[in-house]
Design a protein around this ligand. Structure first.
Ligand SMILES: NC(=O)c1ccc[n+]([C@@H]2O[C@H](COP(=O)([O-])OP(=O)(O)OC[C@H]3O[C@@H](n4cnc5c(N)ncnc54)[C@H](OP(=O)(O)O)[C@@H]3O)[C@@H](O)[C@H]2O)c1
Length: 221
């Protein structure tokens, strides 16, 4: 989030950079779309962005959680909030999103969802390994490719791709997941350089362990 808020013009005299809620919403304007918003960090991103005055477009599979988060954010922050219940593994998910957001100025995109099966590579179902690629690799590429061009046209926008400290080195029992997180970091670095002169900021969020409900769920390591 800090990267999103940092511009040279808005540096405060104490050296910290932070846009006020008004300046943040003025700078990014319009809507923030969060793919994987119903729980955990995605819901935290939603609240943080709504708190800075952006309207929310929330995507995940669990519609009831999306509805209550949207209602909370409308009430607490006075922003607009829309939802789309959809599986980011569906082959046509991008088309569904494009139809749903047509007419909305989406200037911030967070691709937060991930699939992280744990276990030995040799015994994990091949379909699960490929679903990691679908959700964690193809998903962010396809969504960014669909939503970045309008940002470039407007010369403003930001994309956050979720990486992980697990993406910094090969990791047993989550090797495919870790590789997918390395992909997101490298993708973000390249896009950051390519798009910065066109007014679009790209950030990779390289998170350490954070106790979301799914992270705390019992799992065999
Ligand atoms: N927690 C950590 O310690 C940690 C550490 C490093 C990196 N990260 C990264 O941070 C991100 C969020 O982690 P988290 O722990 O907050 O995860 P989480 O609690 O499992 O939340 C994931 C969110 O993504 C949605 N989602 C998952 N699969 C989806 C699909 N196929 N289609 C649509 N939505 C989907 C989930 O909603 P539905 O189930 O309702 O669809 C949920 O809203 C992930 O990219 C993860 O790799 C997390």
């Amino acid at each position: 989030m800090k990267g999103l808020m940092r511009t040279n013009e808005q540096r405060e005299s104490n050296g910290k950079s932070r846009l006020s809620r008004g300046r943040f919403s003025e700078y990014y304007g319009g809507w923030a779309l969060i793919a994987g918003a119903s729980a955990g960090l995605g819901a935290a991103f939603a609240r943080a962005l709504a708190g800075r005055g952006l309207n929310l477009f929330l995507i995940a599979r669990r519609e009831s959680l999306l509805n209550s988060l949207a209602e909370d954010c409308r009430r607490q922050f006075g922003v607009k909030a829309q939802i789309l219940a959809c599986d980011l593994g569906d082959p046509d998910f991008v088309e569904k999103i494009q139809v749903a957001v047509s007419g909305l100025e989406v200037n911030v995109v967070v691709y937060n969802a991930a699939f992280a099966p744990m276990g030995e590579f040799a015994t994990t179902a091949p379909d699960d390994l490929l679903r990691v690629i679908d959700i964690n690799v193809r998903g962010p590429v396809r969504l960014a490719r669909a939503l970045v061009p309008p940002m470039v046209e407007r010369r403003r926008g930001a994309v956050i791709l979720m990486s992980s400290l697990a993406g910094n080195q090969g990791t047993p029992r989550i090797a495919t997941y870790a590789a997918s997180k390395a992909f997101n970091r490298i993708l973000a670095e390249g896009l950051w350089h390519e798009l910065r002169s066109q007014g679009v900021q790209i950030v990779a969020c390289c998170l350490g362990a954070w106790p979301s409900a799914s992270w705390q769920a019992p799992r065999i390591l």
